[in-house]
Design a protein around this ligand. Structure first.
Ligand SMILES: NC(=O)c1ccc[n+]([C@@H]2O[C@H](COP(=O)([O-])OP(=O)(O)OC[C@H]3O[C@@H](n4cnc5c(N)ncnc54)[C@H](O)[C@@H]3O)[C@@H](O)[C@H]2O)c1
Length: 420
């Protein structure tokens, strides 16, 4: 059979907010067949079945893994289950994409890598943001050398992350709760991708400033690459200033209005918020499910900072940042724009699934391997350790991104776009 006409059967473990965002993407990709899902939440199972009536629905990940028709499993259960569920799937001979953070300890990540090797299946560390086209396009501009060597990367994000409804485990740092665990992996993975992968050290502080939420809602981290290039990653999830305010077209894509934010703060302070109901509203089939009227896959979408934030890349002779339609590239001759909107689906989260398909069906390499994910996890753990001990932490498990990654991705031609 022509490999391109072969569909890969995929199942999903955990169809909450994160997993729910992947379902329309999976359903839209001709390379994939969504065949099953597992979730412990019966309402979620019912709504999943209603939306995808052709699939089989299970109450446990073990049952999903026992389904012989499932070839690959997307793991989007809570952080504390990533290792357990990934290993269960890998040991059942399934390929796995695991959501970020890959795991909550290096020992867990080692077990996952080892299980994939032992069973001869693929393991992909799915740090969604670093698979998005604007980030990959930035890496291509850096790699082209047109601006000279990379000198610095800064990613700053101000969001309402701490105000979103949470399950009890999300409010427990020991179970992977808090913004360093949930957003740190995205920003660090993007920094590593842009800078080649090899971080040397991390120095960080975290902030736990909201009595109603016993988890860190802020971090500020200074990372240094082996070649001396610096990077900073900052996320403030307390929802006062929002990065989206800097990009007027992005404000409409925020989760809450200012009035809703004020109401949520009051409800949290008075202990009257119904977190479970609020969270379920954003999950599959809920009253605020963002995927129920999502634009068709591949349709044009403006770039917005979303949770990743504002990415600013500095090279020897220029800078790169996101524009509404793609990238602004600042060089000796002024500013040009690389238009990415024409590609469609700028933030459609297809990257991990394409890498999975290419690896399993077309025999291409896995670039965001378990070892790659482990290196990002190591930097996240270093961030937490550094904040706790107030010292620089040196990293030992870093791996490079092979230069041939994304060789087939051709950037559209840039056009002049005067800065001012
Ligand atoms: N990449 C992204 O952009 C992105 C976005 C959001 C969340 N996530 C990740 O997704 C994961 C889940 O976060 P969320 O916000 O979707 O939370 P969520 O609570 O909405 O989703 C978790 C889902 O897993 C189910 N579940 C819990 N325990 C289970 C078990 N033992 N077996 C089967 N199902 C189980 C829950 O019922 C729920 O439906 C986290 O690891 C998070 O980091 C990633």
């Amino acid at each position: 059979m022509n490999p391109l006409s072969r569909r890969l059967n995929i199942g999903i473990a955990g169809s909450g907010q994160g997993g729910g965002g992947m379902l329309p993407v999976m359903a839209s990709m001709p390379q994939l067949q969504l065949v099953a899902g597992a979730d412990v939440n019966s309402l979620t199972r019912q709504r999943f079945q209603e939306r995808y009536p052709e699939t089989r629905v299970y109450g446990t990940v073990a049952a999903l893994c026992a389904d012989p028709d499932v070839e690959a499993v997307w793991v989007s259960t809570p952080n504390r289950f990533h290792c357990e569920h990934a290993v269960q799937a890998l040991e059942s001979g399934k390929h796995v994409v695991v959501e970020k953070p890959m795991a909550i300890s290096l020992e867990e990540a080692d077990r996952m890598v080892e299980a994939a090797a032992r069973h001869g299946v693929k393991l992909i560390a799915g740090h969604t943001n670093s698979f998005e086209l604007p980030v990959r396009a930035m890496r291509k501009v850096v790699a082209s050398g047109q601006l000279g060597d990379l000198r610095a990367v800064h990613i700053w994000s101000y969001t309402d992350w701490m105000l979103r409804a949470r399950t009890p485990d999300e409010l427990d740092p020991d179970q992977g709760g808090g913004i360093p665990w949930r957003q740190g992996p995205h920003q660090i993975d993007v920094v590593r991708l842009l800078g080649g992968g090899m971080l040397r050290s991390a120095r960080a502080m975290t902030g736990n400033w909201m009595r109603e939420r016993p988890i860190a809602g802020y971090y500020c981290t200074y990372l240094e690459f082996e070649n001396g290039a610096p990077a900073t990653v900052i996320h403030n999830g307390y929802g006062y200033f929002m990065t989206a305010e800097l990009f007027p077209w992005a404000v409409d894509r925020l989760r809450y209005t200012s009035d809703e934010i004020a109401q949520i703060r009051r409800a949290l302070r008075t202990g009257t918020r119904d977190e479970e109901t609020d969270k379920q509203a954003f999950r599959i089939g809920g009253s605020r499910d963002p995927n129920s009227n999502r634009p068709a896959a591949g349709s044009r979408r403006d770039w917005v900072p979303a949770d990743l934030g504002m990415v600013l890349v500095t090279c020897e002779r220029g800078d790169i940042r996101n524009s509404k339609d793609g990238l602004y590239v600042y060089g000796d001759e002024g500013r040009t724009e690389v238009p990415l909107a024409a590609w469609g689906g700028m933030q459609e989260h297809r990257g991990e699934l394409e890498e999975l398909y290419n690896a399993v069906v077309l025999g291409k390499p896995v670039y965001h391997s378990g070892e790659w994910g482990m290196a990002t996890l190591e930097a996240c753990l270093a961030m937490l350790e550094s904040a706790r001990d107030r010292r620089e932490i040196f990293l030992k498990r870093q791996v490079p991104m092979p230069a041939e990654y994304d060789a087939e991705l051709a950037l559209p031609a840039a056009h002049p776009s005067p800065a001012y």
